[in-house]
Design a binder for this molecule. Structure first.
Ligand code: NIG
Ligand code: FE
Length: 418
């Protein structure tokens, strides 16, 4: 089965030689082909090039079922990879949104037993089937917005049973939807109310019971810890990462959102795939990251929604670092999985160029969730996870028109998604 997209105004983020990630000055480069074609066979991209060279694929086998799409006036992008979400959750938290408008901080709400613990209570009261249905709606929403790969964390369970319940839902979503999904165990998201004042005992529960059970059911690719002021310490993070890595779960860390927490350093120490948030990133943190294989990942939706300071994104790129940007889709600090809006925030709030935010939401987030060999760019042999835009004047128009839905057709693993 072949699918040929012809007369593409601009084919964006093409790679002849796939790269692992894009860093520093290279982040401002975006390889594209004008007036292009893209040829897909079954689930994969098999060829692309200029329409002037389309004769080289004229010998398409007659026996092949060939679908042709004409993309005149429209562009083709690789799907977004959203490398950090918490999109399996129950209900919503707009009451806290009102509290925040009235002046309470994220930490104050958490201290009162709201925040993550509020979501944990709702999740506990929700059946696995209902949780699946609620989460499926969010998956369908992000697919329509152009996302083709997503990482999903646990962390609203906070008991052995409920953490497993969340991760089983993630597994079911992976089996029943066309999007690529990676799962992360985040038992250390908050200390449950029953363990108040006994935080180290909760860490013991994570290490001695949760991690072995999650591993036994093969429910998580990665492990995460909210290593920040008022949540988990560097020492606790150290213990949890060591335990999870014995089961092959590579770390992805919530770090330096609320303070210079040491989260970046402990993440790099354990060769984390990514460290995420990074509002509090200074020269030491940049130096640590420069000598690592860890992808610094910003979550501009959370900083925007909580009205917090932005990370020093410009300085990080100018120091030579790669940067990724993900949505953090969750009910408390970023109730949106709109990666196009994440790009706009990167440009408007962090002074990044359109090319930089496109790299940060495709190839670099693919690395940050371990799928860079499968998706993240238009390259031969990668999955055909792409979207065709509406008629747009330029690729800069994508982050510029921050409220417009510009996705026309979504293709995942070579199939047109209605
Ligand atoms: O990434 N920072 C920690 N966890 C989430 C928020 C979770 C919540 O408030 O429900 C985040 O922002
Ligand atoms: Fe998060």
């Amino acid at each position: 089965m072949k699918l040929l997209i012809k007369n593409i105004k601009k084919l964006v983020q093409v790679e002849e030689e796939p790269r692992v990630w894009v860093a520093g000055a290279d982040m401002a480069k975006l390889p594209c082909i004008d007036n292009a074609f893209l040829l897909i066979e079954d689930e994969k991209i098999i060829d692309f090039g200029s329409m002037n060279d389309i004769s080289r694929i004229d010998n398409l086998d007659d026996a092949d079922v060939l679908t042709e799409l004409d993309a005149t006036g429209r562009m083709v992008f690789p799907s977004y990879c959203d490398s950090h979400t918490h999109l399996v959750y129950a209900g919503s938290r707009e009451i806290e949104y009102t509290d925040k408008i009235k002046g309470l901080s994220y930490e104050e709400i958490a201290k009162r037993g709201g925040g993550i613990l509020n979501s944990a209570k709702l999740l506990h009261e929700t059946s696995e089937d209902d949780l699946y249905e609620q989460s499926l709606e969010r998956i369908n929403e992000i697919i329509a917005l152009g996302t083709g790969a997503v990482e999903i964390k646990s962390g609203y369970g906070l008991t052995v049973e409920d953490e497993i319940k969340m991760l089983r839902v993630v597994k079911r979503l992976r089996e029943t939807t066309p999007i690529i999904i990676k799962s992360t165990f985040l038992g250390a998201h908050a200390v449950p109310a029953e363990y108040k004042g006994r935080q180290s005992e909760y860490v013991d529960l994570i290490i001695n019971e949760m991690i072995p059970m999650v591993a036994a059911e093969e429910l998580a690719d990665y492990v995460d810890v909210f290593c920040d002021k008022g949540f988990f310490t560097v020492e606790e993070t150290d213990r949890i990462l060591m335990a999870a890595m014995k089961y092959g779960m590579r770390p992805k860390i919530h770090a330096n959102e609320l303070d210079y927490s040491g989260g970046i350093q402990v993440g790099v120490k354990y060769n984390a795939l990514s460290v995420d948030h990074l509002e509090f990133t200074g020269d030491d943190e940049i130096k640590t990251l420069l000598n690592s294989e860890t992808m610094p990942t910003l979550l501009p939706g959370a900083a925007f929604f909580l009205g917090m300071i932005d990370p020093p994104a410009r300085k990080m790129i100018d120091s030579g670092l790669p940067l990724a940007m993900a949505s953090d889709f969750n009910p408390g600090s970023s109730p949106s999985g709109d990666m196009k809006f994440v790009m706009s925030l990167g440009c408007i709030k962090m002074k990044l160029l359109p090319e930089e935010v496109i790299n940060a939401t495709t190839i670099n987030t693919a690395y940050a969730m371990g799928v860079q060999e499968e998706v993240g760019s238009i390259a031969r042999g990668k999955y055909a996870n792409v979207y065709i835009t509406k008629d747009i004047p330029s690729y800069e128009y994508m982050p510029y028109a921050y409220g417009s839905d510009l996705v026309d057709t979504v293709i995942l693993k070579g199939k047109i998604i209605e």
